[in-house]
Design a protein around this ligand. Structure first.
Ligand code: AMP
Ligand code: GLY
Length: 440
């Protein structure tokens, strides 16, 4: 069958690459894709983005299945349009996608269904928000309500930063319409993990766990980004934490959406804070896979992804199982000069290696120009490698990353540092045991 993947990032390259290995997929198209998807065997790009054009293409070319990568088309209602046209598509409807597209919706949904998250208040007026911060104090977190491409969250360590963030969103409108409403929530301490499942509307199939690195610089310093690297599995998600996340977050979320008349079908991503005592709190829901988390997750997935998606569309994920490579996968993002504020485009990329069994270089912001691969966006590549432990996966990923060059290339040198921290080394026995018990 022909399968269409919507999007153009590293996540979509990894999805398309894995889908292309399915015996069920005869041809994979990526709209609009990048240089990596253009060069991959069995995959071709399609220069379309408007939903109406995609529907016309899918009809004309008899595409059997469409899989949506990013949140923007989901929030715009691509799934509703495809379904109305009788076409098979995997992703949440516009209403279900509100779990990501409106932080206010997500917070009140969690309150309605008893899903653990930070206490919060919502404001559309700056004076009310300022008064709340004066009463509440800092640290506190200010979030734009709408989609802001990962830039709508300010973790304010003091009250001055909080007041500034409120003015930036509600007075100066620097986040546009995404920031006409803000959520102010309590600051949570702990370690973050990305917990992603596939949902068929009633049942959830957890994917391998992972951990992102959101800050630009080593040691988690510098501005927030879309993510500078990720690895899977995340040791902080012990079997106990995993069970808790399924019981307290994922199952009530899926049951809650169904009860509210917007059954959730698609990938569901819970960004979680895991506290020192092992409590799980939701920082955010995303209505899609994570980027760069998808790259290591797809490198580890051994099952047929198309079969899993078909199980989800048929409502039978309760009977599905996903097999994972027991190795660790670790992905390092190579970003363009000027990322995240003003990434430069057009730099020629040299040294791209031929793929091998234990690594894959997934493209994001790349394009082909005169037969050369050039940068065309902020996050350019995710070099993703497998290893028998975090250290060896890390060593392999950096070995490959060091062979790739483009002017102004930025990368973090410490992806995986939390899994290797002194803290964890004190308890190797416990971790080894827990990891053996649950390799995902
Ligand atoms: P979000 O887009 O809501 O996940 O927020 C982006 C990042 O801000 C998260 O990955 C966290 O690092 C941080 N963050 C968000 N909410 C909180 C919170 N309540 N407490 C501490 N950090 C937070
Ligand atoms: N890497 C974080 C995200 O995809 O939202």
């Amino acid at each position: 069958m022909k399968v269409l993947v919507i999007g153009s990032g590293g996540r979509e390259h990894a999805l398309a690459w894995r889908i292309a290995q399915s015996p069920r997929a005869s041809r994979v198209l990526v709209a609009p894709g990048n240089a990596g998807t253009a060069l991959e065997d069995g995959i071709a790009n399609l220069a379309l983005t408007a939903i109406s054009d995609l529907v016309a293409f899918v009809r004309r070319e008899s595409v059997v299945l469409t899989v949506v990568g990013p949140e923007a088309p989901l929030a715009e209602g691509i799934v509703d349009v495809f379904q109305a046209a009788g076409l098979r598509i995997f992703g949440p409807t516009r209403r279900a996608a509100q779990l990501e597209s409106s932080k206010g919706f997500a917070k009140s949904f969690m309150a309605r269904h008893g899903i653990p998250t930070a206490a919060y208040a919502t404001f559309s007026d700056a004076p009310g928000a300022h008064r709340y911060v004066e009463r509440h104090g800092a640290p506190v977190v200010i979030k734009a309500d709408g989609l802001a491409a990962g830039k709508g969250v300010v973790v304010a360590m003091d009250a001055a930063q909080a007041h500034e963030a409120i003015d930036m969103m509600l007075v100066e409108h620097k986040m546009g319409t995404a920031g006409t409403r803000v959520v102010i929530e309590d600051y949570l301490e702990g370690e973050e993990a990305s917990f992603i499942v596939m949902s068929d509307g009633r049942h959830a199939l957890p994917l391998a766990t992972s951990q992102d690195h959101k800050r630009l610089g080593d040691g988690d310093r510098g501005p927030n980004t879309g993510g500078m690297g990720a690895y899977s599995p995340a040791p902080v998600v012990t079997p106990r934490v995993h069970a808790k996340a399924m019981r307290e977050v994922i199952q009530p979320a899926i049951a809650g959406m169904a009860a509210e008349g917007a059954p959730y079908v698609g990938f569901l991503y819970a960004g979680m804070m895991i506290t020192a005592s092992g409590e799980v709190k939701v920082l955010e829901f995303n209505c899609r896979l994570g980027d760069p988390e998808t790259q290591p997750i797809m490198l580890r997935l051994k099952s047929d992804l198309v079969a899993l998606i078909e199980d989800a569309l048929a409502g039978r994920l309760d009977a599905a199982e996903a097999q994972w490579d027991t190795r660790v996968a670790l992905g390092v993002v190579l970003a363009a000069r000027g990322y995240p504020e003003a990434p430069r485009k057009g730099d020629v990329i040299a040294g791209l290696p031929a793929p091998a069994e234990d690594f894959h270089v997934f493209h994001a912001g790349t394009a082909l120009r005169d037969g050369k691969v050039v940068t065309s966006g902020g996050r350019v590549l995710t070099v993703t490698a497998l290893g028998h432990n975090v250290k060896t996966a890390q060593r392999r990923a950096y070995e490959i990353a060091n062979s790739i060059h483009f002017a102004g290339m930025q990368l973090r040198r410490d992806i995986g540092h939390r899994a290797l921290s002194a803290n964890r080394r004190q308890e190797p026995g416990r971790l080894r045991q827990e990891r053996d018990a649950d390799p995902t």
